[in-house]
Structure formats: C-alpha cells, structure tokens
Design a protein around this ligand. Structure first.
Ligand code: FAD
Length: 225
C-alpha cells in the first residue's frame, strides 16, 4: 500500500499536538494530524476547563455559606444539575467538531483514529499508511493511572473522566492521590457532604504502604460509623 506523504505527522491532538500541528500548518507545512478521541485532548473535555466549572460552583456554595454571620441571611439549595449542565455546555457534549474545523481552516489534514509508528518516518492509522517528509510529532499525552491496590479491579471506580461526566453524585467518595488532579476531584466531596449520608475523603500522597494502611483504617472507621 502506498503511503500518503506529508511534511509532518502529528500523533495526538491534545493541547500540545493541536498547538504544534496548527502552527506548522499556518506556517505553510503540509501537516496531517491524527487523534483517536477528541481534538483538544484531556484539558477541554475532562481536565482544566470542566474541572474549573466544578471548582467555581463549589466556591460559590462556600461563599454563600459565609453570608450568615457576615452579611445577613441566605438560603442555599445546592443542586448538581446546573453544574453537570454547564460541563456539557463547555464541552459541547464532548463534541470536537469546532476544534477539528479550526485545525482544517489552518490548512491541516485531520484523520480520526489510533496511530502507530510502523517504520522510521511512517505511521499507520486503521490500515492507512502515512509518511512524513520532515518528521513525526508524538503528542500522545497520558491516561489516568490506576494504582495497584488489591481488590480495586473488583469495584467500580472513577477516574477524573467519570467524575467530570457525572450527572449524579455518589453517596460517598474516597479520593486517592494527592497530585494536581486530586484536589480537583475533591471538589465533588464538597457536594457529596451536602447531600449524602456518608463521606469518606482521602487524599494520599505518601508511599504506597502508608496509603494502603490509611485506606484500611478509614475503611474500618467507615464501616463502624
Ligand atoms: C482534572 C484535571 C484538571 C486539570 N487542570 C489543569 C489546569 O487547570 N491547568 C493546566 O495547565 N493543566 C491542567 N490539567 C492538565 C492538562 O489537562 C494536561 O496537561 C494537558 O491535557 C496535556 O496535554 P497533552 O496534549 O500533552 O496531552 P492530552 O491532553 O492527554 O492529549 C493527548 C491526545 O493524544 C491522543 N492519543 C494518544 N495516543 C494516540 C494514538 N496512538 N493515536 C491517536 N491519538 C492518540 C489522546 O486521545 C489525547 O487526545 C488538568 C488535568 C486534569 C486531569
């Protein structure tokens, strides 16, 4: 099968790939960009933007709670539905048509699919062979990491993606991890505490052993409560 030749092949169209591919196309290069999910990647669909909608909503609730004692009386009735609706509005319901068009208007060629580098300067997407005259840019980002915790594979768990897509809140929640994403995920407990019977919140940033021990302790406490 003959390979289609382009100056540049960009694999992965998250914020990184989109920027490189867009700028190279604007500068006159013949660019083909491949994305298996959504152009824009994690940030606009499951990361930065929708998570800040959750943060902003949580902040508004926290601020409203301060009215009593500061400025009079306020009645607040928290509701997750407008938060979920704003997330859907901001992500266009996880639709990247606008982003694809933006890239194509810059002169790039877009291919939806999973790319594999198959030879020096060559990639394959669903049986279609692409050849790069100048180079291949790998901008494949990352995937949520699932920690090796015994039994985790037998329970339902969320990554940031399910948390962002939630239309209903869980009755209780454990947050594992203490990097930048965990405090964002921990916005959910702000809501869970308001409407739920139980909350178990855990931010863990120490060693795996300490994490597991703390998890066991908290599980025990949770059972006893
Ligand atoms: C909850 C949360 C909140 C965040 N908040 C912020 C914030 O406020 N500010 C900030 O700066 N950053 C934030 N981040 C981090 C930010 O989302 C990432 O830094 C950014 O998305 C990384 O961009 P990227 O292009 O490197 O990778 P990604 O966004 O992961 O994009 C990589 C793309 O490559 C695609 N891909 C992978 N393999 C292939 C393949 N073989 N073929 C085709 N396509 C492929 C993937 O589908 C994906 O779309 C947040 C992240 C999360 C999870």
């Amino acid at each position: 099968m003959a390979a289609q030749a382009h100056d540049l092949i960009v694999i992965g169209m998250g914020v990184g790939g989109e920027e490189v591919a867009g700028r190279a196309a604007e500068a006159g290069m013949d660019v083909v960009a491949v994305e298996r999910k959504l152009v824009g990647g994690e940030c606009p669909y499951w990361g930065c933007i929708p998570s800040k909608i959750m943060v902003r909503a949580g902040d508004a609730l926290a601020e409203a709670a301060r009215v009593a004692g500061l400025a009079g009386r306020a009645t607040v009735a928290p509701d997750w539905a407008p938060v979920a609706a704003r997330v859907r509005e901001a992500t266009a319901g996880w639709d990247d048509r606008v982003a694809v068009e933006r890239f194509e208007k810059k002169g790039g060629t877009f291919v939806r699919g999973e790319a594999r580098v198959v030879a020096p300067g060559e990639a394959e997407v669903d049986g279609r062979r692409l050849r790069a005259r100048r180079g291949i840019v790998l901008a494949t980002g990352g995937e949520p990491a699932v920690p090796p915790i015994d039994g985790l594979d037998r329970v339902e768990y969320w990554t940031n993606r399910e948390a962002i897509e939630a239309t209903e809140l869980p009755r209780s929640l454990v947050v594992l991890g203490a990097d930048a994403v965990a405090p964002v995920a921990a916005q959910l407990p702000r809501w869970v505490t308001i409407g739920a019977a139980g909350l178990l919140l855990l931010w863990l940033g120490a060693t795996a052993e300490r994490r597991l021990n703390r998890l066991r302790e908290l599980r025990q406490q949770f059972k006893e409560s």
